[in-house]
Design a protein around this ligand. Structure first.
Ligand code: PHE
Length: 453
């Protein structure tokens, strides 16, 4: 126990936690989810979800990791017998996510390279699907796609190097450089996007509130879903990271900083993406609402099109955008991988190096399957599976276990208060014992119902 790895400082821990939270979800998921669920009006349920679930759960996970000083399975087992399997389940989800999250980062690296010569041409969707990913290309059926395989190997070399270097000299050192760099690069992009023709129209479309959505349960579920995914809650990540936090660190304050930094970046991305969409719509003479996209197509098809149409500095804009995507992804990927490195290390009592070789090595090998010609289909399946059966359930069991089964909210509240200047009130316990379980339970049954009918 005395030899447990530690972050050098609380700031280092916050960089790592913020690095985990800020990921692809902030850039390509949030803007589209907000737009689809009421635009400006979405900010009300979103803020509500942040304050009644996001930050309370972050505080909870920070308190568990900090107090019990173990990976998620070990910490939860120390809370009360029977908790271990919840931790392993969360680790299992993280493991699966890592196998395909790494592949998307590899695409972003490849597209950074394509940016130098705008290799994607004018039909960017066709380039992505047919030329780059080789979907439907029968001649290369079942074989690797070199354009994905090579950057994917590079991603794993970087991740393995960071993981071998350890918590302080690897994760902390890397995120301390990558997160500030990401914020600077991304801010440059957003400023450029905001000064393009049509940007204002884009922002008007984004922020125009549709208040009729406020009474729709689906909108609230979308808000909570975005908060859970975006803050990396229920994935064993935040418990693991906080177990490396020096004793006597203010965890409540750290949770507020992490939560607001993540939402701030999300808002920044909303501005940037919609300003750029507004520009594209103006160029094409169509309404902004006709070009709204999220996910893979937003990043790898719509953005290349926007880059094509820019009045100048196209390459620079492309490189900045895809490097940002790469950095945002990498700092999240290392946080998911750390969950099972910590778990393996403790469960089998092996060195960090062995756990990295085995755990991260296995993920790297499995991820190669997504670098084949059938990779995109596999990725869709894995992502669907995780969203339907993973996210809501793992978080739900965690809060029910802590709040109702182990009845540890009060002790954990005193624990958090003992290291913090901020006092947690009834707000914190009500959020975790009632609001979060109700929302997550609803989410889970809604998912199951959609899958069963
Ligand atoms: N929080 C990350 C994002 O917004 C996503 C993520 C989820 C990362 C789960 C790791 C684990 O993209």
């Amino acid at each position: 126990m005395e030899n447990r790895a530690q972050f050098g400082s609380r700031a280092g821990f916050i960089f790592a936690a913020v690095g985990s939270a800020i990921g692809l979800g902030n850039i390509w998921r949030f803007p589209a989810v907000a737009y689809d669920n009421g635009g400006g009006a979405f900010f009300l349920p979103y803020l509500f979800a942040l304050l009644t679930a996001g930050i309370p759960l972050l505080i909870l996970e920070f308190a568990i990791g900090h107090k019990y000083r173990g990976s998620a399975p070990l910490s939860l087992a120390r809370v009360r017998r029977g908790g271990e399997w919840i931790g392993w389940w969360q680790i299992g989800i993280s493991f699966v996510i890592a196998t395909y999250y790494s592949v998307i980062i590899a695409w972003a690296l490849a597209y950074t390279y394509f940016s130098f010569k705008l290799d994607w041409g004018t039909d960017t969707t066709n380039f992505l699907i047919a030329d780059y990913l080789k979907v439907g290309d029968t001649a290369s059926m079942g074989s690797f796609v070199p354009g994905v395989l090579i950057p994917l190997i590079l991603v794993w070399v970087i991740v393995l190097a960071i993981m071998y270097a350890g918590v302080k000299r690897g994760i902390e050192a890397a995120t301390k450089i990558m997160i500030p760099l990401l914020v600077v690069l991304f801010t440059v992009i957003v400023i450029r996007a905001l000064t393009l023709d049509g940007a204002v129209e884009g922002l008007n479309t984004f922020f125009k509130p549709d208040w009729s959505t406020i009474t729709n349960g689906k909108v609230w579920v979308a808000a909570y879903g975005q908060i859970f995914f975006s803050l990396s809650i229920g994935f064993a990540i935040m418990i693991t990271y906080s177990s490396y936090l020096p004793k006597k660190s203010d965890i409540t304050n750290s949770a507020f900083i992490t939560g607001f930094a993540n939402s701030g970046f999300e808002l920044l991305a909303g501005f940037g993406v919609f300003a750029a969409l507004g520009f594209m719509a103006a160029q094409q003479g169509v309404g902004v609402n006709e070009v709204v996209q999220g996910g893979v197509l937003l990043a790898f098809s719509v953005f290349p099109t926007i880059i094509n149409e820019l009045p100048g500095f196209q390459q620079a804009f492309g490189i900045l955008f895809f490097v940002s995507l790469t950095l945002a992804g990498l700092t999240s990927l290392i946080s998911i991988v750390e969950t099972y490195i910590a778990g393996i290390q403790e469960k089998f009592n092996v060195s960090r190096a062995s756990a990295v070789t085995f755990g991260a090595g296995l993920t790297a090998i499995i991820s190669l399957a997504f670098a084949t010609q059938n990779g995109l289909n596999l990725l869709d399946v894995a992502d669907y599976f995780i969203n339907q059966f993973g996210v809501a359930m793992a978080g739900l069991f965690e809060v029910i276990f802590i709040a109702w089964f182990a009845k540890q909210l009060k002790p954990l509240q005193s624990y958090a208060d003992s290291v913090s200047d901020i006092r947690l009130g009834a707000w914190w316990r009500i959020s975790l014992s009632i609001i979060t379980p109700v929302v997550l339970g609803y989410m889970m049954f809604d998912n199951l119902r959609q899958n069963l009918v």
